[in-house]
Design a protein. Structure first.
Length: 338
């Protein structure tokens, strides 16, 4: 694409984002859930850190900048960029510098397996949903939104002001159009993966959620793999592909993140360590300092005084739209052992 064509597309994107900001500000005033099933809008005026399930979702930022962390990876994306999550994962993150005068604004669409499978079959009935020998796609990715995708999002939000009868007919059509644009984009392999009912990344995602919910409990990796119905070696590969960590390393990071929140909330070091699963307080203090750079009590005091910022988990991989295209993800995974 020549410079003139590129500048024209950038100008078009800027206009589309302006239009989306106005629409989201108006509709987010009544909450994130909309009258269209699977469509959400958000206006966030705080940069507080939170942990929540990602869902299987297409999430577009219209205004602001967000940092998400899972395991050993941090994802950064801002206005005009979108994230696709093809596995429901627990992510920790926050918007940066969001305020009441300039809130972060976003659009979200649930990515549904039946919709994706049907669209893949309709587009090429003779092609397998997952070609033989194709590697598993990245479960999280970030990319720049193109004008064609933003146009479909605008028309979807326009339906919020349309009669119910219009929404009932047109919303499913626009959902298919948005999914089609995603399939044709740089994160298409991850979206395509959602059309596969049984895949190793889904099983690994289940294990990530289990550890997140039961981080204080000991477990055997072999038993966790067996409960997911996959071999231990396949389980390790898929788990590390999602988080950048082994299961044991991921559990340790979850414990330390949770303990940090407890300490900031007023718990003493011994109570926080025991509550997240540590039997040895000296081991807890040692690993806490290795993770956050300070002893637990000193770190918590600085956080409470606002001297330190409790951002997304400390990560060795910082991934942006330029660095996490599917072809680059595999080489971004750390290779250290558990």
């Amino acid at each position: 694409m020549n410079h003139v064509g590129r500048d024209t597309r950038l100008a078009r994107v800027a206009c589309q984002l302006d239009q989306l900001r106005d629409m989201i500000k108006r509709h987010a005033a009544v909450g994130s859930v909309t009258a269209i099933d699977g469509v959400r809008v958000a206006s966030i005026d705080s940069d507080a850190m939170h942990t929540s399930p990602s869902g299987t979702v297409f999430a577009l930022i219209v205004q602001g900048f967000k940092v998400l962390g899972i395991g050993n990876r941090r994802y950064e994306y801002g206005a005009g960029q979108y994230l696709v999550s093809s596995v429901d994962l627990p992510v920790t993150g926050s918007f940066r510098h969001a305020s009441a005068s300039e809130p972060a604004l976003g659009f979200g669409l649930d990515l549904r397996s039946p919709t994706i499978s049907a669209l893949l079959l309709d587009s090429d009935p003779k092609s397998p949903i997952r070609p033989a020998g194709a590697p598993a796609a990245a479960t999280l990715g970030i990319a720049d939104a193109q004008p064609e995708l933003l146009d479909a999002v605008i028309r979807m939000l326009t339906l919020l002001d349309a009669p119910d009868s219009d929404r009932a007919i047109l919303a499913p059509m626009l959902e298919r159009e948005i999914v089609w644009r995603l399939l044709q984009g740089p994160l298409g392999p991850g979206v395509r993966q959602l059309g596969i009912t049984d895949n190793s990344m889904t099983h690994a995602g289940q294990a990530v959620r289990w550890i997140t919910d039961h981080y204080e409990q000991p477990f055997r990796v072999e038993e966790l793999a067996r409960s997911c119905g996959v071999s231990a070696s396949a389980f390790h590969r898929s788990f590390r592909a999602i988080t950048g960590l082994s299961p044991i390393q991921f559990q340790k990071q979850m414990r330390l993140q949770k303990s940090r929140l407890l300490l900031v909330g007023g718990s003493d070091v011994a109570t926080a360590g025991h509550q997240v699963g540590y039997d040895s307080i000296s081991q807890f203090s040692r690993e806490y300092r290795r993770q956050f750079g300070l002893p637990p009590s000193q770190d918590a005091a600085l956080l409470r005084d606002g001297i330190l910022e409790a951002s997304a988990p400390a990560c060795t991989d910082v991934l942006t739209a330029d660095s996490i295209l599917p072809s680059k993800l595999e080489t971004a995974v750390p290779r250290s052992s558990a």
